[in-house]
Design a binder for this molecule. Structure first.
Ligand SMILES: *[C@@H]1O[C@H](CO)[C@@H](O)[C@H](O)[C@H]1NC(C)=O
Ligand SMILES: *[C@@H]1O[C@H](CO)[C@@H](O)[C@H](O)[C@H]1NC(C)=O
Length: 475
């Protein structure tokens, strides 16, 4: 067993990684959550299968050992004219006309995924104002926003009691309603508690802790360069959308989509399949100089509009499925114009393996922050005739504020939430970026890393494919 050279950068990053909990997650095993509630609200059927074959239990006759619905004023409502192709879990709804709650006994404390499925209605239920809480956190302040057919709202909520209460509170003169609820234990390693703040100077990093104690709401989850990934193909039943809409379009020939049909090499020290599925890591967009002797002078940029007044956790997923050999890809990563990572060398982070995933977490915040932009571009170390930047996936989570709100109401007051007070206001926009490069590690030899070193340009047996599809086209 020979130890491979480990760079200084990796060492400092792995120190970070050692602080992370539960790093030994076996990537190949199917995730089996200790708590896994799928509730079909308003249904008296024992179970209803959703399109992904998951059994949702009707809330009329849940077994007493399971979740409990407490409400004095509620009724189930069936949809007389279910929409064609709509999931059967949306063909009925539970309506509340006073504060009501579901209690979910929790076997394992820690972060739980909460998903609320709320279908918009064409009847008077539409445009009702209500609040939804999970434990102490306000998830929804004013009902569901207009313009969406089904709102599937996803949250990450820390539970350290015996149960999790999801509470629906209609406003005066309104109803609250919900079609389905999921409460699922998240893998312990999914959300790290610490985030590293690089701020203005990387030399004096500031750490924030307690990230897991906040509630997070998924606001974007995109599969860069690839198609939609449905819950069926994600071990945590997430949905990843294509990135086209967020890409700041560039017709530059040095920007390409890439994909691989070869295996994604999940490693025990790196992200597991639960962090990002194969279908996310096997597609990407790149800046490339493969057919040129000059390095393109541009960035590949995505822009995600966000609601002002909150902090956002930005998770960037990388997997070098495009380089033909190790040590050829160096690039810069920017979040909101801030240099979040300089000369990023994925092969040192994956301990010399191509097609191995890595992700990085950052926190951004600021007064007037109304979008999150992510850019990748060539760095000083980029080389011609190679791939010069890559990105495979992006997730953006809204973080609950100081008054435990994710959606206005008590939480919209910036002064109360402390975001603006805590920072010197030099310009209109104040911005801090935290960087935490997540590398859970195990020093190991990688018995098949040699395979990748042997790949030649365009080698047909490599499983690596280069897409020449222009940016605007769909895969
Ligand atoms: C799951 O992924 C496979 C491989 O990419 C794809 O062929 C299939 O259509 C996907 N299934 C669903 C339900 O999305
Ligand atoms: C890439 O984006 C960063 C941050 O916005 C900027 O500083 C840099 O000049 C950009 N590079 C190019 C080539 O546009």
């Amino acid at each position: 067993m020979a130890l491979l050279p480990v760079s200084a950068a990796l060492l400092s990053l792995t120190l970070t990684a050692l602080l992370l909990p539960a790093s030994l997650v076996l990537s190949s095993t199917q995730f089996a959550p200790p708590d896994n509630y799928l509730v079909n609200c308003g249904s008296d059927a024992p179970t209803t299968l959703d399109p992904d074959n998951r059994p949702f239990v009707g809330d009329h006759r849940a077994p007493s050992s399971s979740f409990r619905l407490t409400s004095s004023r509620t009724f189930p409502l069936a949809d007389a004219t279910p929409r064609p192709h709509s999931s059967p879990i949306y063909s009925q709804v539970r309506v509340f006309y006073s504060a009501s709650s579901y209690r979910f006994p929790v076997k394992q404390k820690g972060t739980h995924i909460v998903r609320l499925h709320i279908q918009r209605r064409s009847d008077p239920l539409d445009r009702q104002l209500f609040r939804v809480y999970a434990g102490e956190f306000l998830l929804i302040g004013d009902g569901v926003e207009p313009g969406v057919d089904v709102a599937i709202k996803e949250y990450f909520v820390w539970v350290d009691g015996e149960d999790l209460e999801i509470r629906f509170v209609p406003k005066k003169g309104s109803f609250a309603y919900v079609n389905a609820i999921e409460v699922i234990s998240a893998p312990a390693s999914l959300i790290a508690d610490d985030a590293r703040l690089l701020g203005g100077s990387a030399r004096s990093p500031i750490w924030i802790t307690g990230v897991t104690q906040r509630a997070l709401e998924t606001v974007y989850r995109v599969n860069v360069g690839g198609p939609k990934v449905t819950p069926f193909n994600d071990s945590l039943w997430r949905t990843w959308l294509p990135d086209d809409e967020y890409l700041t379009a560039s017709e530059d020939p040095s920007i390409r989509r890439v994909y691989t049909s070869g295996p994604i090499r999940y490693q025990s020290f790196g992200p597991a399949r639960q962090d990002g599925p194969d279908n996310v890591y096997n597609t990407a967009r790149v800046v490339t100089s493969e057919k040129s002797s000059s390095i393109p002078n541009l960035n590949l940029t995505w822009t995600f509009p966000v609601v002002e007044g909150y902090e956002y956790l930005v998770r960037l997923h990388f997997c070098d499925i495009a380089s033909v050999a190790l040590g050829m890809l160096y690039f810069n990563v920017y979040v909101n114009g801030y240099l979040a990572y300089e000369n990023l060398d994925l092969s040192s982070l994956t301990i010399q393996s191509l097609a191995s995933p890595v992700y990085a977490d950052f926190v951004v915040r600021g007064c007037g922050l109304d979008s999150v932009s992510v850019s990748v571009g060539p760095s000083d170390l980029s080389r011609p005739h190679s791939v010069d930047a890559i990105l495979n996936g992006v997730e953006i989570f809204k973080m609950s504020n100081a008054v435990k709100s994710l959606d206005g109401g008590v939480g919209m007051d910036l002064k109360r939430s402390g975001i603006c007070n805590a920072l010197p206001l030099v310009a209109v926009v104040c911005l801090l970026v935290l960087l935490s490069m997540v590398v859970k590690r195990r020093l190991a030899t990688l018995k098949d890393s040699g395979v990748w070193a042997r790949l030649s340009l365009g080698g047909s047996d490599s499983g690596l494919k280069y897409s020449s599809i222009p940016l605007a086209d769909k895969l």
